[in-house]
Design a protein around this ligand. Structure first.
Ligand code: HEC
Length: 151
């Protein structure tokens, strides 16, 4: 009986330790609220030459990014036409997939015609993805937890 109790307590302790480690890990990964203004500045600097986020505006050389968060890749009515690779990628754009794409577009969607080397800074990728979510959401956006976590 006694031994059993000990085992249960040890298991509980292991569980608590695992949870604390996981929480610490999450904090390291997402322990910073997204800076939307910085995201906007990054968009202007790196993306606006080829993309607009305003729905009523014609496509530039890249597809219109209005409402991109929550959309399947390659499904916008895009005048210049997507690559087969983008249409077949099976990706749905959300905060996580946008961050992965912006890290290295051609690695995530091999054969994409988007000529952009990527943003090496993880905080910058988060800021930009969260800016895109906020600026392009149709109605009331549900803020993504990845964008909202405070430092
Ligand atoms: C030199 C022009 C250019 C630049 C710079 C550029 N893009 Fe693109 N982007 C494109 C093109 C062209 C496509 C279509 C790619 C394809 O079909 O393979 C695209 C596709 C995309 C898609 C997929 C859209 C969809 O409807 O599936 C996203 C998201 C995207 N770009 C985001 C960005 C962001 C964010 C930046 C800035 C960091 C950026 N792009 C910079 C040209 C560009």
């Amino acid at each position: 009986m006694k031994a059993r109790k000990h085992t249960a307590r040890a298991r509980a302790r292991r569980w608590v330790r695992a949870m604390v480690t996981t929480a610490a890990g999450l904090f390291l990964v997402t322990g910073r609220a997204a800076d939307i203004e910085h995201g906007e500045a990054l968009f202007k600097e790196h993306c606006a030459a080829c993309h607009t986020v305003i729905g009523s505006v014609r496509d530039k050389s890249g597809p219109n990014l209005n409402g991109v968060v929550g959309r399947k890749a390659g499904t916008e009515d895009y005048g210049h036409g997507y690559t087969e690779e983008m249409m077949a990628s099976g990706v749905t754009w959300d905060i996580a997939t946008l961050q992965a794409f912006l890290n290295a577009p051609a690695l995530m969607v091999r054969g994409t015609k988007m000529v952009f080397r990527g943003l090496p800074d993880a905080d910058a990728r988060l800021d930009l993805a969260c800016y895109l979510e906020q600026v392009t959401a149709s109605d009331e956006p549900t803020p993504n937890v990845l964008c909202a976590v405070e430092r």
